[in-house]
Design a protein around this ligand. Structure first.
Ligand SMILES: Nc1ncnc2c1ncn2[C@@H]1O[C@H](COP(=O)(O)OP(=O)(O)OP(=O)(O)O)[C@@H](O)[C@H]1O
Ligand SMILES: O=C(O)[C@@H](O)C(=O)CO
Length: 424
């Protein structure tokens, strides 16, 4: 195994799996699979990159550290050459964690300092300049992410945001150094390590910067960041002759379909609204879900009755509506109820023969995929930046798409269903 990724949520895991499987241009990427939780089985003989999807973004820091170290242990046991800690391109975390505690714990276990921390993902509009995170042309804290139901991001200054999460100083490598090339980045990281800095925020404005940073990281035991940080990592191994460069798997899965959206992100709400103009769509009453007055089987019936017409059910709501629900029931109770509900719906759907399933939202995807208990997923073709088709071999086989809240074109849901069916 060349690269092992520890991802802090499920959609984030498929985002970076997509990047590793795709690689750059014609060079191809690595043969990649996505595992849900720390695998119980050994990796397949052909796996060059293994992505372990945890649900550790929003849990207590000590638990996130423990799970991440367990994942690291599995990766090391299977000879993994480079570990990547994948977190959100919008740096979702709180003053307590979990990016700092997990990043530092992995660095300590691997005996390294001067470790890259770069959430940039330019294809999705996330860039880092002078240590500040932008979402398209807005600072992170003015981008809507300051309203996130679980991790409100209220400061775009990544060094300032990360500092209280860390036990050691946070370093910085500015854009000027990155544009000087991989050797300059390597020297800057070594200097940071010398000063005792464990996590080092590195500027990244475009894909070329990310390739420079990845080149500088060749041979480094640990890299951390958003999926963009993985852009140039397969190339290091391909150029060294350790991998041949391969293409993601074609899917060709047809059959009954369903779309579940629990994400309240702005982009998902736009996609839901757009989809509703052309397809059967049902808004779920979140109060009724929390109070257990809504029966999952009724929702399943709606979806099954509308098979072939791309039916969608959603709890996606604007910040004011989410605020009302959270004030009424408490955020953890509301989230647990909604996530659990989607899990039950998904189980019924798959047991009833649904073979193409789209889920919007990281927490929602985690709940759904955990409820389904699917085994390792192969990485199929990209639907939109950061979202591939995922293929499960279990049973008759099925295709999944786990969409991060803010990813995807306006017609993402239709595109994803079509992509799953495409043989090429
Ligand atoms: N109407 C609602 N009111 C309150 N909470 C909700 C509502 N709908 C969904 N939720 C909760 O909000 C959370 C949304 O998080 P989720 O990670 O699924 O989406 P996201 O944050 O948009 O996606 P990502 O993490 O991929 O960016 C979930 O825990 C879900 O249970
Ligand atoms: O990095 C991102 O933005 C996504 O992969 C993600 O993790 C959103 O949950």
């Amino acid at each position: 195994m060349l690269i092992g990724v520890i991802a802090d949520d499920f959609t984030g895991a498929s985002d970076i799996a997509n990047t590793l499987a795709k690689g750059i241009g014609d060079e191809g990427g690595l043969r990649t699979s996505q595992h849900l939780g720390v695998p119980r089985q050994d990796p397949g003989p052909d796996e060059e990159a293994c992505v372990i999807a945890l649900k550790s973004r929003s849990i207590a820091p000590a638990e996130a550290v423990a799970q991440s170290l367990q994942a690291l242990e599995w990766l090391r046991r299977h000879g993994c050459r480079q570990v990547v800690f994948k977190y959100c391109s919008t740096f979702d975390s709180t003053p307590e964690g979990n990016i700092g505690p997990v990043g530092e714990a992995l660095a300590k276990a691997l005996g390294v300092r001067g470790v890259v921390a770069c959430p940039a993902f330019p294809a999705a509009g996330r860039t880092v300049y002078q240590g500040h995170l932008f979402v398209h042309d807005r600072l992170l804290n003015e981008s809507g992410l300051e309203n996130h139901p679980i991790n409100p991001m209220t400061d775009a200054d990544l060094r300032r945001w990360l500092k209280p999460q860390c036990a050691t100083p946070v370093g910085f490598v500015p854009a000027g150094v990155v544009s000087s090339g991989p050797e300059a980045v390597r020297t800057a990281l070594e200097a940071a390590a010398g000063r005792g800095e464990t996590l080092v925020i590195v500027d990244g404005i475009g894909d070329a910067d990310l390739v420079t940073i990845a080149t500088a990281c060749a041979g480094q035991p640990l890299v951390t960041g958003g999926s963009g940080i993985a852009l140039g990592l397969p190339r290091n191994f391909i150029r060294a002759g350790d991998a041949r460069g391969s293409a993601p798997q074609a899917s060709a899965v047809s059959g009954p379909e369903a779309i579940l959206a629990g994400s309240c992100s702005g982009r998902t709400r736009e996609q839901v609204e757009y989809h509703a103009r052309l397809h059967p769509t049902l808004a779920l009453d979140v109060g009724a879900i929390v109070e257990e007055r809504l029966n999952p089987e009724d929702v399943v019936m709606f979806l099954r009755e509308n098979e072939g017409r791309a039916p969608l059910v959603f709890t996606s709501a604007n910040p004011a509506m989410v605020g009302d629900i959270q004030a009424r029931y408490g955020a953890p109770r509301a989230s647990a109820a909604v996530d659990g509900f989607f899990g039950k719906v998904a189980r019924h759907l798959v047991a009833g023969g649904v073979r193409r399933l789209i889920v919007a939202g990281g927490e929602t995807s985690g709940a759904v995929v955990s409820a389904l208990g699917v085994g390792p997923l192969a990485i199929g073709r990209e639907i939109d930046p950061g979202v591939p088709v995922l293929l499960s071999e279990a049973g008759p086989g099925m295709a999944l798409a786990l969409k991060s809240g803010n990813f995807g074109a306006i017609d993402f849901f239709d595109k994803a269903l079509a992509r799953m069916e495409a043989a090429e």
